[in-house]
Write a protein that binds this ligand. Structure first.
Ligand SMILES: Cc1cc2nc3c(=O)[nH]c(=O)nc-3n(C[C@H](O)[C@H](O)[C@H](O)COP(=O)(O)OP(=O)(O)OC[C@H]3O[C@@H](n4cnc5c(N)ncnc54)[C@H](O)[C@@H]3O)c2cc1C
Length: 411
C-alpha cells in the first residue's frame, strides 16, 4: 500500500498531524496499536504550566526560558505562539469544544479537587476560574460510582470559597452495573446512558436539583460525541457542568473518536489494532515499514511520522541497562549510566522523564548520529522535556503534530 505519509501511532499527536496533512490534500494513513494517553485525559490540554517548579502565568512569555532541546525551542517561540493560537479553531473543526487561551493559563480542577494551571479546557467542565460565588451548588454523583472522590472535590471547591451540597442519583439500569465492581466505570456508565436515554438522567437530576443554580456531575457523558451532554443541558433546569473523574476518561475517548472520524472524513486511512514491527532504513531514508497484521504487504510512503508516545504507550522502552526506541532502534537522549536515570527522592524531577527520541531542528529522527531524512517524530515520544512536571503534555503533542505536518507539506 502506498501513501504520501504514514503515521505510526494514533494518539493525540498522530491524529493532529494526520488531520493537518489530510487537510492539505495528502494521502495519509495512521497505524495505531492501542488506546493512547487520551483515555487518561483530565479534560484540559496543558501548554506550559511550570518552569523549574515555579508556576507560569503566561505560557507564551515563558517559552523563551526553556532549554534548547525542548520541542517548543526547536519550533521557535513565534511559531509556537502562531500554532497555539490556531489550535482552538483546529479542535473545534473536529467537534472538540474548548475554552481558554495561550496568553494566560487558567486553573482546572483535578479529580482529587486540586487546582492546576492549564491552557484549554473542554467546555462542559467546571474550571477553578468559573465565577460561581454566591451560587447554590450541588455535587451530584451516580450511586455506586467510586471514580469521582466526592469528598475531595467538595473540599477543593471549599478551598476556592465555594460550598456545595452533595447528593446522588440512582437509576435501576445503572444500579445493575454495581453487581460487578469493575463494571461501574465511566465509559460503561456513558454507554448505559446511551441505551436508556438522556431524558431518564435529566429527570433524575431535576428531581434532586430543585433550588440549585448549578449541578456538578461526573464527566460520564458522550463517549462518542457531544450530543448527550448538549441535550442534557437543555433538559435540566439548573446550569450543568462536569467534574473530571479518575480514568478512564470519557471526554478523552470522545476526543479520540471525534478526531478519528474527522480524519477519515478528509479521506485519511486508519489501521486500528495493528502494530508497526519494523522497516528498512537505506541511504539515509526509511524505505518501507511492515506491520503485524499485514505480514506480506509493506506500507510505502514518501514520509513517515513516529507518534508512538512515551514509556506509557511503549514508544520508548526500558531494559535493565538500556533505554531504547523499539521499532527502528533510533537514537534516544538517554544517559549511559543507570544511576543517572533517576533521582532517589521520588518527588524530585526524574531525569528519565526527559528521555525520548532525539531529533534534528526539523524534527527528523537520528540513528547512530545520522539523520533519517524522511522519518519525523512528534508528541510524547520526543525527548528534551519533562512534559508531566512542566505541564506541557497536550500542547507538545498538538503543536509538534501540526508543525511537522507543515514541514512535510513544504517538502
Ligand atoms: C496517564 C496520563 C494522563 C495524561 N493526562 C493529560 C492531561 O490531562 N492533559 C494533557 O494535556 N496531557 C495529558 N497527558 C499527556 C497527553 O495525553 C499526552 O502527552 C498526549 O496525549 C500524548 O499523545 P501522543 O500521541 O504523543 O502519545 P500517545 O497518546 O501515548 O499515543 C501513542 C499511540 O501510539 C501507539 N503505538 C505505540 N507503538 C506503536 C507501534 N509500534 N505501532 C503502532 N502504534 C503504536 C499507541 O498504542 C498509542 O495509541 C497524560 C498522559 C498520561 C500518560
Amino acid at each position: 500500500m502506498k501513501f504520501d505519509t504514514v503515521i505510526i501511532g494514533g494518539g493525540l499527536s498522530g491524529l493532529a498531524c494526520g488531520i493537518s496533512l489530510a487537510e492539505k490534500g495528502k494521502k495519509c494513513a495512521v497505524v495505531s496499536s492501542g488506546q493512547g494517553a487520551l483515555h487518561f485525559f483530565s479534560g484540559s490540554f496543558d501548554l506550559l504550566g511550570y518552569i523549574d517548579g515555579s508556576e507560569v502565568e503566561s505560557p507564551i512569555q515563558a517559552l523563551s526560558s526553556l532549554n534548547k532541546e525542548h520541542p517548543y525551542s526547536l519550533i521557535g517561540v513565534d511559531e509556537v505562539e502562531r500554532i497555539s493560537n490556531e489550535i482552538p479553531a483546529f479542535l473545534n473543526k473536529t467537534g472538540v469544544k474548548i475554552t481558554g487561551g495561550n496568553a494566560k493559563n487558567h486553573y482546572r480542577l483535578t479529580p482529587i479537587g486540586n487546582k492546576r494551571p492549564t491552557w484549554l479546557t473542554i467546555d462542559e467542565y467546571i474550571t477553578a476560574d468559573d465565577s460561581f460565588n454566591g451560587k447554590k451548588l450541588l455535587l451530584l454523583n451516580v450511586a455506586g460510582y467510586l471514580d469521582m472522590p466526592v469528598k475531595f472535590i467538595a473540599t477543593g471547591l471549599e478551598q476556592q470559597g465555594l460550598s456545595c451540597d452533595v447528593d446522588e442519583i440512582s437509576i435501576p439500569e445503572l444500579e445493575k452495573r454495581r453487581e460487578n465492581a469493575s463494571e461501574m466505570r465511566s465509559v460503561n456508565i456513558s454507554k448505559t446512558i446511551e441505551t436508556i436515554g438522556i431524558n431518564r438522567i435529566a429527570d433524575a437530576i431535576n428531581s434532586k436539583g430543585n433550588g440549585y443554580d448549578v449541578v456538578l456531575l461526573p464527566a460520564v457523558f458522550g463517549w462518542n460525541g457531544n450530543e448527550q451532554f448538549e441535550t442534557l443541558k437543555g433538559l435540566v433546569k439548573p446550569m450543568v457542568k462536569t467534574v473530571a473523574t479518575l480514568p478512564p476518561a470519557v471526554p478523552g475517548v470522545r476526543i479520540q473518536t471525534l478526531m478519528r472520524k474527522y480524519f477519515q472524513s478528509l479521506g485519511g486511512t486508519i489501521l486500528t489494532g495493528d502494530i508497526v514491527v519494523g522497516g528498512k532504513i537505506e541511504n539515509g531514508k526509511l524505505q518501507w515499514i511492515n506491520t503485524r497484521n499485514l505480514e506480506d504487504e509493506k506500507l510505502i510512503a514518501a514520509t513517515y511520522v513516529l507518534a508512538t508516545g512515551n514509556f506509557f504507550s511503549r514508544g520508548i522502552a526500558g531494559a535493565p541497562n538500556e533505554i531504547y526506541e523499539p521499532i527502528f532502534g533510533l537514537d534516544v537522549n538517554t544517559k549511559a549510566c543507570r544511576d543517572e536515570w533517576y533521582d532517589e527522592r521520588f518527588f524530585n524531577p526524574q531525569p528519565y522523564m526527559r528521555f525520548g527520541v532525539s531529533v534534528d531542528n526539523n524534527f527528523r529522527t537520528l540513528k547512530n548520529g545520522k539523520t533519517i531524512e524522511n522519518l519525523y517524530a512528534i508528541g510524547s515520544v520526543l525527548g528534551g522535556a519533562d512534559q508531566i512536571k512542566e505541564a506541557s503534555m497536550g500542547g507538545v503533542s498538538l503543536i509538534t503534530g501540526v508543525h511537522v505536518a507543515e514541514l512535510i507539506s513544504k517538502r
